[in-house]
Write a protein that binds this ligand. Structure first.
Ligand code: ZN
Ligand code: ZN
Length: 467
C-alpha cells in the first residue's frame, strides 16, 4: 500500500492512533472530494428561501469538532449555508496542527466514524496530531453550486473589566484581511489591555461593559474597512445571557448595531426570566429606538454550537436556530445584502411560505409552511406611541466571579400583543399609534428538543416593521 496516500482503511488506522504521517498534497483529490460530497439532499426546501446557520465553533477555537464535521452536520441537517465563527480566529492558517485529547479525541473519532474524512495526521510524543483544513481548503471541498456554501466569519470576543461579556459575529468579512486585523484589534481589546500590555491603547484597563460594547463596534468598523457595508453582516451575540448582561439601554444608545442574536440554542447561560425574556429585551430596544426614529434592531437564531454530540444523540432534533433568508442565489454577497435589508426571519422549527409588509397600508402578512396535523398561533407584537418609559430596578447579587449588577425592568406596555390568530395565514394592519409590529408564529406542539435557549414550542419570528 502506498503509505503517502490516505485511503479509508489507512484513515481508520490513524483514527485508531496508529502513527501515520501523511505529507501535504498527497490526498487524491477525487477521492477526497467524494468523501466530502456524499451528503443527503436537504430535507427542507421552501422555494425562495435559504436556510443558514450563523454561529458555530470548531477545534479552531473551543468547539468539539473538526471544521469538516461541524459544517457537514449542519449541511446534512438541511442548512444551505453555514458560518464557522471561531472565537477571535479566522481559519486561515495552512499549517495548523491540533492534538485532540480527552473528550475532544472522542469527539474526533465519533465524527470520523460518521464521515471518514481523509485527514492528514502525524504523531508527536505518542499523541495524534491533525492538520486542520483551513477555510479555503474546506470551502473547495464542501461548497456545491446552489446547494451548499461556507461563508467566512469569526466571533469577536471581549469583555469589560466588570465581567460583562461582549461577543459579536462579523460575517463575510474579507478572508484575507480578517485574521491580521483580528489579531491586532483583539490584542487591543479592553479586557486584554492589562495582560498584553499593549502600548498606545487609549482604552482604560478598567473599561466597563458599556465601553466594551462601543469598542467592539469600532473594532468591527475597522475590520469591515472599505468593504461595502451591506456585503458583510454584523450581529451582536447573546447579549441577554445571565451574567453577560449587556443592558438593553446600551443597545438603544448604539443604533448602528442593527442585528442581535435573539435565540441562541447553544451552550447558553439562561436569560433572566425575572428581569427580561429574550423577546422583552428585543422590545425594550425597539420601543426606545422607534420612539427616537432610530433604526430598529432585528433578531437572528443560531445554535452557537460548541458540542456536536447533540447530533449523535438525536440527529432529527439537534439543529435548531436558523435564519431563513429570502434570496434567489446561494451567493455570499447576495445573502448578506438580503440579511442587511432585513429580508429574513429567525426560526426554530417553524417555517414560512411568505412574509410581506405593505408599507403603504402598514399591513404585515404571514403565511405558514404548515406541517400536517399541527395547529399554529400567530401573534402580532409591538409597542405603541406614548408607552410607559418608567422602570423599576432589581439588584442582581454577586455570584462567584460574577459581580453584582442592577437591572431595569420595564412595564407591560413595552412589547404588547396587538392581535392573535389561530391558523396558518394572518395579517395585521398597523394603526397610527403603533411604533412597530412584528409577528411570532408558534406551532402548538411541544418542542422536539429542549436545549436550553430553545423555545418551549417550535417558533419563528419575523422582523419588526414600521409604517
Ligand atoms: Zn459568544
Ligand atoms: Zn460563540
Amino acid at each position: 500500500m502506498n503509505k503517502n496516500r490516505i485511503s479509508r482503511r489507512s484513515f481508520l488506522k490513524s483514527s485508531a492512533a496508529i502513527a501515520a504521517f501523511v505529507s501535504a498534497g498527497s490526498l487524491a483529490y477525487s477521492e477526497t472530494q467524494q468523501a466530502f460530497n456524499n451528503a443527503p439532499v436537504s430535507p427542507l426546501k421552501i422555494p425562495g428561501w435559504r436556510r443558514g446557520h450563523l454561529h458555530q465553533h470548531s477545534f479552531w477555537s473551543d468547539g468539539s469538532a473538526t471544521l469538516e464535521e461541524a459544517c457537514s452536520l449542519y449541511r446534512d441537517a438541511g442548512y444551505e449555508f453555514v458560518v464557522p465563527s471561531d472565537h477571535g480566529r479566522f481559519q486561515a492558517d495552512t499549517d495548523k496542527w491540533f492534538t485532540p485529547e480527552g473528550p475532544k479525541r472522542a469527539a474526533y473519532e465519533r465524527g470520523q466514524e460518521r464521515y471518514h474524512f481523509p485527514m492528514e495526521t502525524k504523531e508527536e510524543g505518542g499523541k495524534l496530531q491533525l492538520r486542520m483544513r483551513n477555510f479555503d481548503e474546506l470551502s473547495a471541498l464542501l461548497n456545491q453550486e446552489d446547494r451548499f456554501l461556507l461563508i467566512p466569519g469569526h466571533e469577536l470576543t471581549t469583555h469589560g473589566a466588570d465581567g460583562v461579556q461582549v461577543h459579536s459575529n462579523l460575517i463575510n468579512s474579507r478572508a484575507e484581511v480578517t485574521q491580521e486585523l483580528v489579531d491586532k484589534l483583539e490584542g487591543q481589546a479592553p479586557a486584554m489591555y492589562m495582560s498584553r500590555q499593549i502600548t498606545g491603547d487609549k482604552m482604560s484597563p478598567h473599561c466597563s461593559g458599556y465601553e466594551s460594547v462601543s469598542w467592539s463596534l469600532r473594532a468591527i468598523k475597522e475590520m469591515i474597512g472599505d468593504t461595502p457595508k451591506d456585503e458583510v453582516f454584523f450581529q451582536f451575540n447573546h447579549p441577554d445571557w445571565i451574567w453577560y448582561d449587556v443592558q438593553p439601554e446600551w443597545l438603544c444608545e448604539q443604533p448602528e448595531i442593527r442585528f442581535f442574536e435573539l435565540i441562541n440554542c447553544g451552550p447558553s447561560l439562561p436569560v433572566r426570566p425575572d428581569f427580561w425574556t429574550t423577546e422583552k429585551y428585543w422590545d425594550i430596544i425597539n420601543a426606545f429606538r422607534a420612539d427616537k426614529n432610530q433604526p430598529l434592531i432585528m433578531g437572528t437564531a443560531t445554535d452557537d454550537t460548541h458540542n456536536y454530540q447533540r447530533f449523535y444523540d438525536n440527529f432529527e432534533t439537534a439543529a435548531g436556530g436558523s435564519v431563513m433568508v429570502r434570496c434567489d442565489t446561494l451567493d455570499a454577497v447576495d445573502l448578506m445584502k438580503a440579511l442587511n435589508r432585513g429580508d429574513f426571519y429567525a426560526a426554530v422549527g417553524v417555517w414560512l411560505n411568505d412574509v410581506q409588509f405593505d408599507k403603504s397600508t402598514g399591513t404585515l402578512a404571514v403565511d405558514v409552511h404548515a406541517e400536517k396535523d399541527v395547529n399554529y398561533k400567530i401573534d402580532f407584537i409591538g409597542t405603541r406611541r406614548g408607552f410607559d418609559k418608567t422602570f423599576r430596578t432589581i439588584d442582581s447579587p454577586k455570584e462567584g466571579r460574577y459581580p453584582a449588577r442592577k437591572i431595569n425592568v420595564y412595564s407591560e406596555s413595552v412589547g404588547e400583543i396587538f392581535k392573535t390568530v389561530e391558523g396558518t395565514h394572518a395579517e395585521y394592519t398597523m394603526t397610527d399609534d403603533d411604533l412597530y409590529v412584528r409577528a411570532r408564529i408558534t406551532a402548538m406542539v411541544p418542542a422536539r428538543c429542549t436545549m436550553r435557549g430553545k423555545p418551549e414550542h417550535p417558533t419563528c419570528w419575523t422582523q419588526p416593521v414600521q409604517k
